[in-house]
Design a protein around this ligand. Structure first.
Ligand code: LMR
Length: 332
């Protein structure tokens, strides 16, 4: 009896520590899926990760990159991670609402002065804790990857908040983003990223919010004649894996991978602003969209209309998290 219990226990423990992708001597396969194009901050980050892993861990770990929602998309990528169908993702911070509300601090409109402030926050203790905020669901946050600040694109010029009233805007699945558009009398419509271009083209929605790199790489500017440089919110990512998969690898392999993640994070976060600037220039040079630059008074009007959202979501996100985020703005 005792012997069989020990056998069961050993088998169970072995099961816990055995490689998820198993066969002895075979490399661990990391399927890294994402929804954007290769030539974007996240797309380039995924490819650099693949390259460095190939250089340093050949035979032990193999990375396969699936861009543009080709393997899994917004609707099922998190479940795919938990089911072991993919091993790495970098969803926008707006897409984790089902697992934690705390990350929606990044969605609060006009919270951060600029992307440098966001970057400072991502290095603070609070953000490091947020990487572990989904541990109970088996999601393991590795680091934050930058994209950029969001701009408002539309079929008509958006200068004042009233200009947005009555228009349908595509949003990511976030209660905060929904409230943000409702605050200006617009109609938020949740759609997966892969469907945004076609929804804009068909006129199912009239506007969207994205950093320049996403607008350009999906050709959204060709169906959005006006882009307001609002910089009203953040679109950054959390690089995630599943705790089960990550812990199934030997410590030495994990450590090497964590070193690579750090290196790639630094590269992505250094290059993201330049890529967005390049894509801003390309869009404006194409002449397809008119740039709307807000006066300080106009920007303040958007801010005032949208800011009540902070208070509405304070209890969900946590006042401590919001306070910690605010401290990174120089003026506070
Ligand atoms: C979006 O859905 O607009 C973004 O999250 C896409 C992305 O990954 O940048």
């Amino acid at each position: 009896m005792f012997k069989s219990c020990v056998a069961v226990l050993v088998a169970a423990l072995c099961g816990l520590t055995a490689p998820a992708n198993a066969a002895e001597g075979e490399p661990f396969v990391i399927k890294f899926a994402h929804v954007v194009a290769d030539d974007t901050p996240k797309g380039k980050g995924a490819l650099l990760f693949q390259k460095l892993v190939h250089e340093r861990l050949a035979g032990k770990v193999k990375v396969e990159v699936y861009p543009n929602s080709t393997l899994v998309g917004d609707a099922d990528e998190m479940q795919a991670l938990l089911d072991g169908r993919v091993q790495m993702l970098a969803p926008s911070l707006s897409k984790f609402g089902k697992y934690t509300r705390k990350l929606q601090v990044f969605d609060l409109p006009f919270l951060f002065d600029d992307q440098d402030a966001v970057q400072r926050f991502q290095k603070r203790e609070m953000s490091r804790e947020l990487l572990r905020s989904m541990a109970d669901s088996g999601i393991y946050g590795l680091d934050y990857w930058n994209n950029g600040l969001k701009q408002l694109s539309a079929t008509q010029a958006l200068r004042t908040p009233d200009d947005a009233a009555g228009l349908a805007f595509r949003i990511q699945p976030s209660a905060v983003l929904e409230a943000q558009f409702e605050a200006v009398g617009a109609k938020p419509v949740v759609l997966p990223f892969a469907e945004v271009y076609s929804a804009l083209k068909k006129g199912e929605v009239q506007g969207a919010e994205n950093p320049w790199s996403n607008i350009a790489s999906q050709n959204m500017h060709t169906v959005q004649p006006f882009i307001t440089e609002s910089n009203h919110g953040v679109l950054n990512y959390m690089l995630v894996t599943s705790s089960k998969f990550w812990m199934s690898m030997p410590f030495a392999v994990r450590s090497e991978l964590e070193g690579i993640v750090l290196e790639v994070t630094q590269a992505v976060n250094k290059e993201a602003a330049a890529l967005n600037q390049r894509d801003r220039d390309r869009i404006l040079a194409s002449g397809s969209s008119k740039l709307i630059t807000l006066t300080p008074e106009q920007r303040q009007a958007w801010r005032e209309k949208m800011m009540p959202v902070w208070q509405r979501y304070e209890a969900d996100i946590g006042a401590d998290v919001i306070r910690a985020a605010l401290t990174v703005n120089r003026k506070h």
